[in-house]
Design a protein around this ligand. Structure first.
Ligand code: FEO
Length: 183
């Protein structure tokens, strides 16, 4: 009796996405270590917290595969890319990484649609929403840097930006929660 409720292609795609989330965690971890080394302790704190969040994303997929009777394949995690060259570069790379991850999430959604695997489609909607928030969060970083003066930001502006980052929430606000009273 076949108790695996995932097709082989969906199972493989989910395993790939699971490893991508683990890779994302390593990227945030390495950028966090870089930021701390550059004396941006607040930025590092934010990035380390986000590394944990990416690990949680990985666990969600792992649990889903298991609960559908599928086989989890824990694969090697690719090394994170080279260190950023500046804070601006760091934030830009984070934004690009999240956009790439959104593309990857969408491909799993598309596959589930093609195969009419509504359970996986439904499960992946959490990631669709999460990616919208993650992109917003990354855009916020770029905005913060721009407001601080961009590449011309002085020490005081960077000091304040770094201080803010230590307490920056892990989640961005969802547009769906906005009202006219609470934009
Ligand atoms: Fe798990 Fe930043 O996406």
């Amino acid at each position: 009796m076949n108790t695996n409720r995932l097709s082989k292609t969906i199972e493989a795609a989910l395993n790939v996405q699971m490893t991508k989330e683990a890779h994302a965690s390593q990227i945030y971890l390495s950028y966090g270590a870089w930021a701390d080394g550059q004396s941006y302790g607040g930025v590092a704190n934010f990035l380390f917290r986000h590394a944990q969040e990416e690990r949680n994303h990985m666990m969600k997929i792992l649990e889903y595969i298991l609960k559908r009777g599928g086989e989890v394949k824990v694969a090697a995690i690719p090394a994170p890319p080279a260190n950023p060259s500046s804070l601006n570069d760091c934030f830009q790379k984070i934004f690009q990484h999240e956009v790439d991850n959104t593309t990857s999430v969408y491909s799993v959604v598309k596959l589930s649609l093609t195969e009419e695997d509504w359970a996986t489609w439904n499960f992946m909607q959490w990631f669709v929403k999460e990616q919208t928030e993650e992109e917003t969060l990354a855009l916020d970083l770029l905005d913060k840097f721009k407001i601080a003066g961009g590449d011309k930001a002085d020490h005081e502006a960077l000091y304040n930006l770094d201080k803010d980052m230590a307490t920056k929430p892990d989640e961005a606000k969802d547009a769906r929660d906005a009202t006219a009273d609470k934009p």
